[in-house]
Ligand binder design. Structure first.
Ligand code: SDX
Length: 425
């Protein structure tokens, strides 16, 4: 691969350095382009633009590959615990047993939120969307832990990883009008999420290992995904040297959109609509192909994966096994499988390389686990949290990192003089 790319602009030639990644991805470095040529590049939606060089996550969209710090996600989902994967993403290596036990102890010790923070929930209206609660409560953590110097960085990372699951569970209890359940130190990270979500003070709660295993796989599969919309948001906000809590709160808001993490909630709502409508899958596939319908097959398509999303493959299997072990028959799963089967035969989807993505099956598993639909994207956020933190840390640890400030091409009105009110007609 040549070390430089040649750009010819207005008869002038510009040699631009070419960089090649670990897996031979090729990037043309345009850092000096504007200074030398006065021109910028334009790439709305950043589909062809690399925002950074990163060591955390690798995706090959054509081959359906996803690796965290070099480890295939299939192996991590099968053999690792979520806390191991969180440690790997944030600190770069799989933890030794000693490191993992200390990490888990820290996460357990910091699980509770300040008692005064519980009062914040009184201010939210009943039915407040838990993503709004999660993003505002995470940002509010910075009022209790304002120190953002180098020494505080690791402590804030632990606090956030430990407390986000408690905040998420409290948001669910607020929606249900039930009392908050404190974390229990003897439980695992995933077991505590389940306990705080589902336990009630009036009876003993035992963590179902089926649900604990499913939660572990779901969180691992959502843990990172290179420069997706919400992770890019975390890096954008973090590049201004905003504190960790503010940066992650912004990422939570970006994830909420139905084109991104909000898709898992939208998938279930779509499947329920099809179910209510008699399960007429062909009708909805036809609508998805009709641009005037404004309808999209939620859970299908991906900016990067132009082949099967490897996470969807794993979740399809997890779906079958969790529903079987729980003895749940969900007609929505049958509808989902029929949708997938028809879409994967239909030229509209095949030509556009639209395959099921991570959100297509996850909602069916969450639903089988008893998690309310509005909490699905919150579960996605809990999974993505170590990835967001890892990217924020990578950016903040880089002495050469600068505030992100993209350019634009202006296409508005040319210069004109102010028009006094009386002359405006
Ligand atoms: C996530 O980036 C990440 O890594 C995200 C994520 C992560 O882990 O962080 O993987 C998580 O966000 C997964 C995606 C969840 N979103 C959805 O499932 C929503 C439905 N999917 C789409 O809206 C869409 O596929 C996107 C948003 C996922 C991707 O959008 P792109 O890359 O901008 O593609 P596009 O909208 O330009 O679509 C290309 C074509 C268009 O048709 P044409 O104009 O070429 O004729 O495909 C069509 C689109 O109309 N199309 C769909 C479709 N998705 C794209 N048509 C019907 N149903 C769909 N779902």
């Amino acid at each position: 691969m040549s070390k430089t790319a040649k750009l010819v602009l207005d008869g002038k030639e510009f040699d631009l350095p070419v960089i090649v990644g670990t897996e031979n991805e090729v990037g043309v470095d345009i850092t000096t382009l504007r200074d030398r040529s006065g021109a910028i590049t334009l790439d709305s939606g950043y589909a062809n633009t690399g925002a950074c060089v990163s060591n955390i996550c690798y995706i090959d969209g054509e081959a359906g590959i996803l690796r965290y710090r070099g480890y295939p996600v299939e192996q991590l989902a099968e053999h690792a615990k979520f806390t191991e994967v969180a440690y790997l993403l944030i600190y770069g290596e799989l933890p030794t047993l000693k490191q993992l036990l200390k990490f888990r102890e820290d996460l357990t010790y910091h699980s509770m939120i300040h008692e005064d923070m519980k009062k914040f929930f009184d201010g939210f209206p009943n039915g407040a969307h838990p993503m709004a609660v999660l993003s505002s409560m995470v940002a509010s953590l910075s009022t209790y832990y304002p120190e953002s110097d180098e020494k505080a960085k690791d402590r804030n990372i632990i606090r956030l990883l430990a407390k986000a699951k408690t905040i998420a569970a409290y948001a669910n209890k607020k929606t249900l009008g039930q009392p908050f359940m404190y974390p229990r130190n003897e439980l695992s990270y995933c077991g505590n999420i389940l306990q705080m979500m589902f336990a009630v003070p009036c009876e003993a709660y035992h963590v179902d290992p089926v649900l604990e295993d499913a939660m572990n796989v779901l969180l691992i599969l959502h843990a990172d995904h290179e420069q997706n919309c919400s992770t890019s948001t975390v890096r954008m906000v973090g590049s201004s040297q905003a504190n960790l809590y503010a940066s992650i709160s912004a990422g939570i808001c970006a994830l909420w959109g139905p084109l991104h993490g909000g898709a898992n909630q939208a998938v279930i709502e779509m499947l329920e609509e099809i179910h209510r409508d008699g399960g007429n899958v062909d009708k909805y596939v036809a609508m998805a192909k009709d641009k005037t319908s404004g309808f999209r097959l939620m859970g299908f398509g991906h900016r990067v994966y132009k082949n099967f999303d490897p996470r969807a493959k794993i979740l399809r299997k997890t779906c079958d096994s969790v529903l079987e072990r729980l003895g749940v028959h969900d007609p929505l799963l049958d509808i989902a499988k029929k949708l997938e089967e028809i879409a994967l035969r239909d030229s509209y989807f095949v030509e556009r390389k639209l395959y099921p993505n991570v959100d297509f099956y996850s909602g069916i598993i969450y639903k089988a686990m008893g998690i309310p639909t509005e909490m699905f994207t919150v579960m996605f956020a809990l999974g993505r949290l170590p990835g967001w933190i890892a990217h924020w840390k990578e950016l903040r640890d880089d002495p050469k990192s600068r505030i992100n400030r993209p350019r634009q091409i202006y296409n508005g009105a040319g210069i004109r003089d102010f028009v006094p009110m009386e002359a405006r007609g």
